[in-house]
Write a protein that binds this ligand. Sequence first.
Ligand code: PLP
Length: 415
Amino acid sequence: NDTLAKVDPEIWQAIENENRRQEEHIELIASENYVSHAVMAAQGSQLTNKYAEGYPGKRYYGGCEHVDVAEQLAIDRLKKLFSAEAANVQANSGSQANQAVLMAFAKPGDTIMGMSLAEGGHLTHGMPLNMSGKWFNVVAYGLDQHEAIDYAKMEALAREHKPRILIAGASAYSLRIDFERFARVAKEVGAIFMVDMAHYAGLIAADCYPNPVPHADVVTSTTHKTLRGPRGGIILMKAEHEKAINSAVFPGLQGGPLMHVIAAKAVAFKEALKPSFAKYQEQVLANARVLSRVLSEERGMRIVSGRTESHVFLVDLRAKSITGKEAEAALGAAHITVNKNAIPNDPQKPFVTSGIRIGSPAMTTRGFTEIESEVVGHLIADVLDAPGDEKVLARVRADGAALCRKFPVYGGPAG
Ligand code: PLP
């Protein structure tokens, strides 16, 4: 029969190898997670065959009655999850969700304000090489001397430059963001207030992090990070902005929506509405706290911003005389996956950096608790103390492999 393994053994092998890597390596990339079998089943379904330009009940193609059900379920569940007035589930990625907001509310040349990439922001918030930085006049805010968001400076910049859109949200910021404070200044200067909650969405859904939805005009997110859904984007908004956002997504930016992904988003939102998801997010927080405590208090490393109040934190490696790039490679050789990440005022280039970013969502999904987090923290520190020592790397690999065997992710062949 025409199984993937028979039709295309090379691709099947790549998938199976990746499946094995995910089972056997400790995953600490803060923006990654493992979806459920149910989410994968929806994404790998016949819905991939369907064109459905438009929105439920208002399509430009026939035969949409069943995909309409899937998309409406995704919208309704998403609104419930975050107490939102309106939702769009069609954005193909977090970046496209952000582009849609820019398209809906600003024209090229208008001023937008976001957190600087070098201090924790995302490239779609105005980085010079990104469309957001090329097409708009960008004013960036950053961190204060304690490595917390410099709210006073952000407010002063907003009053001075009066941006069309004020963006809050980050990719590498461990503390809670004061969304109310952003909202107040946005209102004062007449800006649209957009929050990109991509990193924190799962925590927010579980009441483990402040919910920006009551305070923002629009809230964008990815669905594949802490929220533990398929790769994709979403936009929540006040009802008054629904028309502008929907038309920016389609026909503004996209053609046919990915109905199989939208169905998988609906499944993930159903999972996120369950009490077990709140327990999971509490464990994500607890595990991140243990990792940062072990690395700082027990192994003498500096955590950027001093601590974590979320799923993520940055480690400043300068005292260890190892770059982020070298640390990522050494940890990778020990089967621990992290990404190099710039720290505030990083003396190294962006492709080298002086930091690594560590996140707890994926390892928590496979069942790690505080006990395993403590072990993982020491394994990381052991590698960073002796990145060139093959014996240490081999021991860490073996200890990590034992943990991974005890907590399988999918526990079987790919598919
Ligand atoms: N927004 C934030 C805050 C992110 O961290 C990311 C991804 O890293 C994105 C948006 C972009 O999402 P995507 O990779 O789906 O385009």
